[in-house]
Ligand binder design. Sequence first.
Ligand SMILES: [Zn+2]
Length: 481
Amino acid sequence: MNMFVPVIGLEVHLQSKTESKMFCPCPADYFGKEPNTQTCPTCLGLPGALPSINAKAIDHCIKLALALHCKINKETKFDRKNYFYPDLPKGYQISQYDQPIGYEGFVEIDIDGDSRRIRVTRVHQEEDTGKSIHEADHTLLDFNKSGVPLIEVVSEPDFETVEEVIEYSKELRRIVRYLGISNADMEKGQMRFELNISLKEAGSKGLPDYKVEVKNIGSISVLEKVINFEIERQTVLLKKGKKPVQETRGLKDMSGETVSQRFKEGSSDYRYFPEPDLPPIEIDDGWIERISEEIPELPGDKRKRFEKQYGIERDVIRTITVSRARADWFEKAVKGESKEVAIEVGNWFIGDFMKLLNNSKLKTQSSKLKPKYLVELTELHKSGKISGTVAKQVLEESFKTGKSPKEIVVEKGLEQVSDTGELEKVVQKVLKANPEVVAEIKAGKEPAVQFLVGQVMRETRGKANPKVAEKVIRNELKLKS
Ligand SMILES: [Zn+2]
């Protein structure tokens, strides 16, 4: 039986975070607003209304193109992409055809520690359309979204597995967030996907002679389901000796199942031609340089540096570098510290600290816990001043109050008790309260000593040094230590 492997390309649409829309002064922050209140003659497509270019949006598009290692078209322009749809009142969308702002770039992704390059064909600027709201027996139109700046990132069909597509999408989301050019909030429709997928026989060269496109995918989890559905659907057809039809498919629902919509149109069907109402744009070296200087360290580079500089495990780094704010916070904590401390701080960060943040729905930067407090906590714990149990309590208290761990330990008298004399009293009390356990131990069931250590820890509310406690217990019961 033949084995088939997928060949996948992805188009990602990202709403750019600008004050105003792409070609008019209407506010771009339309989400949740009363329908058709954020509009003007231009974004409603009224005859005679003239567009003008939002320079900030062009900056954002150049920034993303540079971050994706693209070449920049120094001469660029807008084109009309003609098609009819009720939420596109002009009858065309202003987009870019043969001179996209960026071209021939790549995104580097890591899959289980192996890095792979996914080629980026182009990064171009366009405008979003309005929104059709389908109700039982009629459709409503809301034009608030019409004309919001949209960046499209088109990849080459380089993906061979669903994992690669998911990781690429997440990396792209991290990149635009690091750049501050889009929130890429999928629940608000700020990041959307179009997929093209076909299958070829494993080991065969070249691309398959058909392509299935799936439009309007609104989240990474649905994207994953769609890919799995299409691989399955196309495999069944190919195994029967049938070639899947070249077509555009849509989502049936959120399950990932797709349904045939129409046969694929080629770019000739859109009758692209240069937008006569907008001048071409010249992107000179000065402009490119200015934008390059605004690009921060990107997530991929940050991950590599954190691994090298702090010796932290890859999975921990991925959690810490998910956002720039979080990575900056962490770096404020561990800057100048040893790798050993950084690793410990990393573990506290992704464990207890993240749990506290998630429970209180807070972001790292809005937490009362100062970055250096995690270092303090690590040191108190490592030096044996406080036990692990107490360290967790101290972290919680520091998170709640903003007080430093040292302060909390002193204030509440939480220092670990390693003093044998002090622990002897507690041990005697515990032994007296548990005569049956003592009898079991004396009868040879030595592992029960750990139960008594636990009781001592409870009695001291976690303050006892468990190793010393065990020693004292063994001493009292005259066991070998
Ligand atoms: Zn407008």
